[in-house]
Design a protein around this ligand. Structure first.
Ligand code: NAD
Length: 484
C-alpha cells in the first residue's frame, strides 16, 4: 500500500474527488489516503497560505498530493494556493496530456485526425515569480526570470519523459527572436540537453507559429516544451483541441513532491449539484498511478473510462445531446460497471507494475546554486530607470552633466525603443525612461562608481530602479534598445 495526501478542494472538488476515490476503492487500487486541509475554507480560518501546518507536514512526508481544484479568496491580498503549492515544493514540470477520446466529439475527431500531445510547461519561473513594481503611476514592471538551472531541470525531465514514452519528436516553443536573453537561454539549454538524446528528433518553433500549427495540424506534434506563461496559454489551446478543460489532466512533477490535479477550476456555477464531469481529475489520478508504478491499475481504469466514453455515457458538459446526460455519481458507477472491458479505439496495454519514479529525500544542499559564473566578468555601464515627463533632449542635457569622468551617456529609451540620440518624433512616450550610461573609453567600473552616478543623478530625477550592464569576456550580458 502506498500512502498519499489528498485534498478534496473547493466548489465541485469534493464531488469529483469522492467519485474518483470511489472508483479507485472499488478497483482495490493499493493506495491509502491521508486527507489534508487546504483551500478556501482554510484561508477563511486565517491561514494566509491556504493550508494548515499539518497539511504541509503530511505532504512533505508522503511526497504525493492528489488535489481537487481550489479557490483563492479575492481581494484579501493572498496568493493562489495552487501556485503556492507548485512553487513551495518545486514541482518544476507541469505535464499535461491531450488525447483524442472517442465519444468526445471535436472538429478533429470528426475529421479523423488523431491527437496525442504532451505539453511540458515550466512551472516555477517566468513572470509567475510575480515580482512586479509600479515604477510610476502610469508604468508597471514585471520581472521575468528564466534561469539556466531551472530550464535545465525542466528540459531534462521533458527529454527523459519523451524517451520513456517512445516519442519521436520533441519541440521547444519559444519567442527567442524577440526575447533574446530570456527565451534565448531556454532555447540554448534545450539544444544542449538534446545532444544527450540523439534518438529523439529535437526542433523548435516560435510560439505564435506553434499555436497556428497546433490548430491546423496537431497530429504533427508529440512532446512540446515551453516556458511558464507561454506553456499555460498553449496548454489551454490544446485542451480545446480535445474537447475542453474537462478532459485535460495535469501533473506537477518535482524531484521530491509531485501534485496531481485537474486543469479546470472549482466551477462555482455548478458546485453542489452532483453534475460535474470527473474525467479530468480521474485522468490526473491515472497519471498519478503510473507515476507510482501502479501500471496495471492505471491501464485497467483508463480502458474502463475509454469504453464508457465510447458507449456515449456523458455528463451534461459534453457528448451527444440526443442521449440524456448522467450525473457525477452515475458516470462513476458506469466506469465501475465497465471494469475489465476493452475499448475499440486505442486500448491501453495491461503492463506489469513497475518501481515507482519518486525519490523521497530531504534537501541537504541546493544543487541549483551550482552556477555557471565566469571570472572574466566586468561592469561596463548601467541602465538607470528614471521617472520623468520631460522630452528626451531635456533629459539628455541634464544626464550629460552627471556623466562625469567615468561615464558617457549612450542612449535613452522609452518602453524599449531608443528616443535619444536618434529616434522618431512619432514614438509615443510614457513618463518613464531608461537612461543608459557606459564606461568612458572602456574605463573599468565598480559598484561604487555606479552608486556615485546614482547619487549625482538623483539630484535631478527620481530613479525607480537600476540594472548593471555586465560584459562576459567580449559578450554583452544585456539587450540593446530597439533602434540602438
Ligand atoms: P472553471 O474551470 O472553474 O470553470 C469554467 C467553466 O467550465 C464553468 O462554466 C464551469 O462550470 C465549467 N467546468 C469546469 N470544470 C468542469 C467540470 N469538471 N465539469 C463540468 N463543467 C466544468 O474556471 P473559473 O470559473 O475561471 O474559476 C473558478 C475558480 O477556480 C476560481 O476561484 C479560480 O481561481 C479557481 N481555479 C482553480 C484551479 C486549480 O485549483 N488548479 C484552476 C483554475 C481555476
Amino acid at each position: 500500500m502506498t500512502k498519499i495526501a489528498v485534498a478534496k478542494g473547493d466548489g465541485i472538488g469534493p464531488e469529483i474527488m469522492d467519485a474518483v476515490l470511489h472508483i479507485f476503492n472499488t478497483a482495490k487500487v493499493p493506495l491509502e489516503y491521508e486527507f489534508v486541509d487546504m483551500g478556501k475554507w482554510v484561508f477563511d480560518k486565517g491561514f494566509s497560505n491556504g493550508m494548515t501546518a499539518e497539511a504541509q507536514e503530511a505532504i512533505e512526508r508522503l511526497g504525493i498530493l492528489f488535489k481537487g481544484p481550489m479557490e483563492t479568496p479575492k481581494g484579501k491580498g493572498v496568493k493562489s494556493i495552487n501556485v503556492t503549492a507548485r512553487k513551495t515544493w518545486n514541482t518544476y514540470a507541469n505535464k499535461r496530456t491531450f488525447q483524442t477520446l472517442h465519444g468526445v466529439d471535436t472538429v478533429f475527431s470528426k475529421a479523423g485526425i488523431p491527437i496525442d500531445l504532451t505539453i511540458v510547461r515550466e512551472n516555477i519561473e517566468d513572470t509567475y515569480g510575480g515580482v512586479e513594481h509600479m515604477l510610476t503611476h502610469d508604468v508597471a514592471l514585471s520581472r521575468r526570470f528564466i534561469t539556466r538551472p531551472g530550464s535545465l531541470q525542466l528540459i531534462k525531465y521533458a527529454f527523459e519523459m519523451a524517451k520513456k514514452k517512445g516519442t519521436k519528436r520533441i519541440t521547444c516553443g519559444h519567442k527567442a527572436n524577440i526575447m533574446k536573453l530570456t527565451d534565448g537561454l531556454f532555447l540554448e539549454v534545450f539544444y544542449e540537453v538534446a545532444k544527450e538524446y540523439p534518438e529523439l528528433k529535437a526542433d523548435d518553433v516560435i510560439v505564435d507559429d506553434l499555436c497556428m500549427k497546433l490548430v491546423t495540424r496537431p497530429d504533427l506534434f508529440d512532446v512540446v516544451v515551453l516556458t511558464n506563461l507561454q506553456g499555460d496559454i498553449v496548454s489551454d489551446l490544446c485542451a480545446g483541441l480535445v474537447g475542453g478543460l474537462g478532459f485535460a489532466p495535469s501533473a506537477n512533477i518535482g524531484d521530491h513532491i509531485s501534485i496531481f490535479e485537474a486543469v479546470h477550476g472549482t466551477a462555482p456555477d455548478i458546485a453542489g449539484k452532483n453534475i460535474a464531469n470527473p474525467t479530468s481529475l480521474f485522468l490526473s489520478g491515472i497519471g498519478m498511478l503510473r507515476h507510482l508504478g501502479l501500471m496495471e491499475s492505471a491501464s485497467m481504469l483508463e480502458n474502463a473510462l475509454l469504453y464508457t466514453l465510447e458507449n456515449g455515457i456523458h455528463t451534461g458538459d459534453f457528448g451527444d445531446k440526443n442521449i440524456p446526460a448522467v450525473n457525477t455519481t452515475v458516470f462513476a458507477d458506469a466506469i465501475i460497471a465497465n471494469f475489465g472491458k476493452q475499448p475499440a479505439h486505442h486500448p491501453r496495454p495491461l503492463i506489469k507494475d513497475q518501481k515507482p519514479t519518486p525519490t523521497l529525500f530531504k534537501l541537504s544542499q541546493n544543487e541549483m546554486m551550482v552556477s555557471a559564473e565566469r571570472t572574466d566578468e566586468t561592469i561596463c555601464g548601467v541602465d538607470m530607470f528614471i521617472a520623468s515627463n520631460e522630452q528626451p533632449q531635456e533629459i539628455a542635457t541634464k544626464c550629460l552633466r552627471h556623466a562625469g569622468v567615468k561615464f558617457k551617456l549612450v542612449s535613452i529609451s522609452n518602453r524599449g525603443t531608443q528616443v535619444w540620440p536618434t529616434g522618431s518624433v512619432y514614438t509615443n512616450l510614457v513618463n518613464q525612461f531608461n537612461v543608459r550610461f557606459e564606461s568612458l573609453d572602456g574605463f573599468p567600473l565598480n559598484q561604487q562608481d555606479i552608486i556615485g552616478l546614482y547619487v549625482s543623478l538623483s539630484g535631478n530625477f527620481k530613479i525607480c530602479s537600476l540594472e548593471l550592464l555586465n560584459m562576459w569576456g567580449d559578450k554583452k550580458a544585456y539587450s540593446l534598445a530597439q533602434g540602438q
